[in-house]
Design a protein around this ligand. Structure first.
Ligand SMILES: [Zn+2]
Length: 453
């Protein structure tokens, strides 16, 4: 006999299944919104070329037509960007929106941030960072760990469901590493597995690796981030091949934090998808990565009044130059996850997370990499590394309408992308005439569907 509770549960479950079966946001003809964007110049970063006076037609969230000879459909809203250059949105291929460690009180020891700041607080910081990134033209962000208990996944869901605008987040969930992860927890921390442990999942054996990957996929990770060589025991080539195979079952790729030459070689031999951090890589590693098609997110910190040293900077520049000369698939990547009182411009105004992120261009300029190659790293290669390029990135029919506009020509002067005047994300205008217009993009509920992941 069914109890009333069981009956109620059945009803709820049936309802949930019906809702889950509905396609997310299927617009009817009556709802169709058509926007026409007139671009003074339209850049294709894939080929490093541009055309003048192009027209982009956007229907709801997708691009339907692009070219110089497109007629304006009747009833369309026209956005005039004829004085600007239009290009795809930018990608930061390695960052952490859910952590900001500081000089005070933690003395830049991000270990302490985990102790001092809760998951909910860091989730709210991540939301603010997401808006700041989109304001600077970043429409895709690979968010690879150090996000407390799945802040990155929650941020993705909030944006996908329509609570707030933001970049497309590619979250990893907690980083998976051998015992201890990237840290050296005290015995007290280790026994309780409460402090610091939201940040890392310990997985030593093959059974533990499979379980850790499945756990992250279950909770919404879109990429699997691992510590290749954070500890002397690190991961072997076989371990990493297992990560790759298990992640593939959930449609995810593997990104490895690498900090030693030996770890780099094992990661290359295992054929992981992205290597994070470039410090340990030699020209020989670069050659092998290019040959195997492994993406590099080298996190190239510039030397600024608020961060870095001249010596470290010169080394970073030389490594980036070697990677470029050896034709590695380069992404623009930062690890921009800290803050201090010196992060201000000449007028004494605070730099945003987006300003601080795009300022990593300094390193690329110092490495004398041609503007068109930098622009490709900032867009196309980033979309490939984020594994979204089949639906997002290039300004072509069928793609999500994510693009930005700047004065000047970034193919000649890459610093033009520091001055983003217009941002469209999923067909919605987020920034216009240099001003964020988010009033119509904040919602009191998940307007695209509560079950979007
Ligand atoms: Zn990082």
């Amino acid at each position: 006999m069914l109890t009333r509770l069981t009956l109620l549960l059945l009803v709820v479950l049936t309802l949930e299944m019906r809702i889950a079966a509905q396609p997310a946001q299927a617009p009817t003809a009556a709802q169709k919104k058509v926007t026409v964007v007139r671009a003074g110049r339209l850049i294709d970063p894939e080929t490093g070329s541009a055309i003048a006076n192009a027209v982009i037609v956007v229907e709801n969230d997708r691009i339907t037509q692009v070219g110089p000879n497109v007629t304006t459909p009747p009833g369309a809203e026209v956005i005039d960007l004829s004085k600007l250059t239009v290009l795809p949105g930018l990608v930061d291929a390695h960052t952490h929106l859910g952590i900001t460690y500081k000089e005070f009180p933690e003395n830049n020891i991000y270990y302490l941030t985990y102790v001092l700041e809760s998951t909910p607080l860091r989730a709210i910081q991540a939301s603010s960072n997401a808006l700041q990134m989109l304001n600077s033209g970043f429409t895709v962000v690979r968010d690879v760990g150090n996000n407390a208990l799945y802040v990155d996944v929650a941020l993705r869901m909030a944006i996908e469901q329509g609570w707030m605008p933001g970049p497309t987040i590619i979250p990893s969930g907690p980083i998976i590493g051998g015992t201890g992860g990237q840290f050296s927890p005290t015995p007290e921390m280790f026994q309780q597995h409460k402090i610091v442990y939201p940040e890392y999942i310990d997985a030593d054996t093959h059974d533990e690796i499979i379980k850790a990957v499945r756990q992250n996929l279950l909770f919404g990770a879109k990429v699997i981030k691992i510590c290749v060589d954070c500890k002397p025991w690190g991961y072997s080539v076989d371990d990493m091949k297992l990560f790759v195979a298990e992640a593939a079952k959930g449609g995810a790729k593997v990104d490895g934090h690498v900090q030693t030459p030996e770890g780099a070689q094992r990661a290359i031999d295992a054929g992981i998808y992205v290597i994070s951090h470039g410090r340990a890589l030699s020209p020989e590693h670069h050659k092998q990565m290019a040959q195997k098609g492994i993406y590099l997110a080298s996190t190239d910190t510039p030397f600024t009044p608020y961060r870095g040293s001249e010596a470290a900077f010169q080394d970073t520049v030389a490594k980036l130059q070697s990677a470029h000369a050896n034709k590695v698939l380069l992404t623009f990547s930062t690890d921009m996850d800290y803050w201090n009182e010196r992060m201000k411009n000449d007028k004494g105004e605070w730099l945003t997370r987006g300003d601080l992120t795009i300022n990593f261009l300094q390193t690329w300029r110092a490495a004398k990499i041609p503007a068109k190659d930098i622009l490709k790293a900032l867009t196309i290669t980033g979309y490939q590394a984020a594994d979204v390029i089949r639906e997002r990135g290039p300004i072509k029919p069928g793609m999500f309408a994510d693009f930005i506009a700047v004065p000047g020509n970034p193919l000649e002067d890459i610093d033009a992308v520091r001055n983003v005047q217009f941002v469209m994300k999923n067909g919605q205008v987020f920034k216009r005439d240099g001003v964020m217009t988010i009033d119509k993009l904040l919602h009191p509920g998940p307007i695209y569907g509560w079950n979007r992941r």
